[in-house]
Design a protein around this ligand. Structure first.
Ligand code: NAD
Length: 496
């Protein structure tokens, strides 16, 4: 830690951590686990975003498997080259939408590598059981195509049938090589592919999309927890999103599902309490024809509204969620409007990295006169306002996916079901203590994350067993203890 802290530039810390992971994996995980709050922003967002942007020029050794269009017809052979045989979790990207940074092509590899480090550090999956994969179908990023250090195929992205065939071969090869129980996490695919891939492969494989489902689960947990501060049930609230992509519609759907379970009313009715604004304005029924499939359920009856501020003033939501990837869109006027008709407006600025955040923690607290319940995607330092210190929460997917994955792996799940996501949300929300609430926090601190992950894993596994989707039998009697016993811990052996 002493060596790391001497680096002032976050990217240098990232590079030092990657070197350490290569040189002494056990020490890398020991450091990450013991200093999780300090090192999470180094190995994950926001620093990993910069690392991906510069991946070609900081590249020293490959840290996963690259599968390019050139490997078509021999993907199984490529997978067999990986030295580890027993793989439990694969994180795969095609690099088309890395965080809020757009198409970074093959340089998106930083994301699967970073996420899998968190699977191990926070969820206890064995490092050797984790496999990062980048599918290289080219990039439409002109800057990268012209960059002499770009490490991927120098061509524009393959699309349509060519893309679908490569993905299909990949998915079959993974199942053939690693069996039915390997978890495949889709990561940072552009939304026009993400929804299609998830829908298609959820019937035949154990797949999970963290951008859609993991985000939804972590945000729902924060909302359930925030009800303790603002009162009421989910059904008593009105939600407005800026951004109707993977994150926005994924969260919206999970909120509607939970609301529907709680109120026993049809999900179509619950969706009506949730409104979304995309780059063309409020999603309303008159736009139905031209909307992408995944936006259609959100096209409610309303006259067209172009700007977010007008949507806020007309709909008067109690919860405002930013998931557009565009920074500084929750302006002073927007936050002040939220604070004018809500005693405690819930404001979640989810876009990553920090530069894309809809508003900073300081802006949210200042403009709402300290009344906002605020959480963000990337972390912000504590804020002093009117003599009081405000600590904002981080709606970080890292709360959910490591424990969620552990729950699937330890029960030998063969399919993901949305009830498992709800179980994960409830488990996370239940870990927020009274002491956390008193500080205005809607997420527990990361320091206890392995304990939190074990609880999430136990609840997820319980759901897997209840749904008859578990293959690890018999069901262990104490699932929390079982989860803890399954977790990898970076200790050195004693030699006599
Ligand atoms: P996406 O590309 O699927 O969706 C983006 C959406 O924003 C689209 O609906 C688009 O129409 C809309 N949009 C774009 N520009 C807009 C504008 N100027 N005004 C209004 N809407 C606009 O992306 P995504 O996967 O949903 O991710 C969006 C952002 O959320 C990213 O920055 C990502 O890093 C962040 N995110 C955060 C978390 C988290 O905090 N836990 C999790 C996932 C994603």
């Amino acid at each position: 830690m002493n060596t790391l802290r001497q680096y002032q530039v976050p990217l240098q810390r990232y590079m030092a951590m990657m070197d350490l992971q290569e040189r002494n994996e056990r020490l890398f995980y020991k450091l990450l686990i013991d200093n999780v709050e300090e090192l999470l922003p180094v190995v994950y967002t926001p620093t990993v975003g910069e690392a991906c942007q510069k991946y070609g020029s900081i590249f020293s050794r490959p840290q996963g498997v690259y599968i390019s269009l050139k490997e078509k017809g021999k993907i199984l052979e490529v997978l067999k080259n990986w030295p580890e045989r027993k793989i439990q979790v694969i994180v795969v990207t095609d690099g088309e939408r890395i965080l809020g940074l757009g198409d970074l092509g093959c340089q998106g590899m930083g994301i699967p590598v970073g996420k899998l480090s968190l699977y191990t550090a926070l969820g206890g999956l064995r490092p050797s059981a984790c496999l990062p994969i980048t599918i290289d179908v080219g990039t439409n990023n002109k800057k990268l195509l012209d960059d002499e250090f770009y490490i991927g195929l120098r061509q524009r992205r393959a699309t349509g049938e060519e893309y679908a065939e490569l993905l299909d071969e990949f998915m079959s090869a993974v199942k053939q090589n690693y069996g039915e129980k390997v978890l495949i996490q889709f990561e940072d695919f552009a939304n026009h592919n993400a929804f299609v891939l998830l829908e298609k492969y959820s019937k035949t494989h154990l797949v999970f999309n963290d951008d859609i489902q993991g985000t939804a689960s972590v945000v729902l947990a924060g909302l359930v927890a925030s009800l303790k501060l603002v009162g009421g049930t989910l059904g008593d609230h009105k939600f407005l999103f800026l951004g109707a992509g993977e994150a926005g519609t994924g969260i919206a759907e999970l909120i509607a599902l939970e609301m529907s379970k709680q109120t026993k009313s049809p999900i179509e009715e619950c969706r009506k309490k949730i409104w979304l604004v995309d780059s063309k304005g409020l999603i309303v029924s008159s736009r139905l024809e031209s909307l992408q499939q995944f936006k259609k359920p959100w096209a409610h009856e309303h006259e067209p509204v172009k700007e977010l501020i007008d949507a806020v003033k007309t709909l008067k939501p109690t919860v405002l969620i930013g998931s557009s990837g565009v920074g500084q869109t929750f302006t002073q006027e927007v936050v002040e409007a939220m604070a004018s008709f809500n005693e405690k407006p819930i404001i979640l600025a989810l876009s990553n990295p920090t530069s894309q955040s809809e508003c900073t923690a300081e802006q949210a607290y200042t403009w709402s006169e300290g009344r906002a319940i605020y959480a963000s995607g990337s972390p912000f330092p504590p804020v002093e306002y009117n003599g009081k210190t405000y600590i904002s929460g981080q709606a970080n997917n890292a709360y959910i996916f490591p424990g969620f994955g552990l729950g699937l792996v330890m029960s030998g799940a063969i399919r993901v079901h949305e009830d498992m996501l709800l179980a994960a949300s409830e488990a996370l929300a239940s870990q927020v203590t009274q002491e956390n609430y008193e500080k205005g926090l809607i997420y527990p601190p990361f320091t206890n994350i392995r304990k939190i992950s074990a609880h999430i894993a136990a609840k997820v596994a319980a759901k897997v067993y209840d749904l008859g989707l578990a293959s690890h039998l018999p069901r262990p009697s104490n699932l929390v203890e079982f989860a803890e016993s399954c977790m990898y811990t970076p200790t050195y052996r004693n030699y006599r």
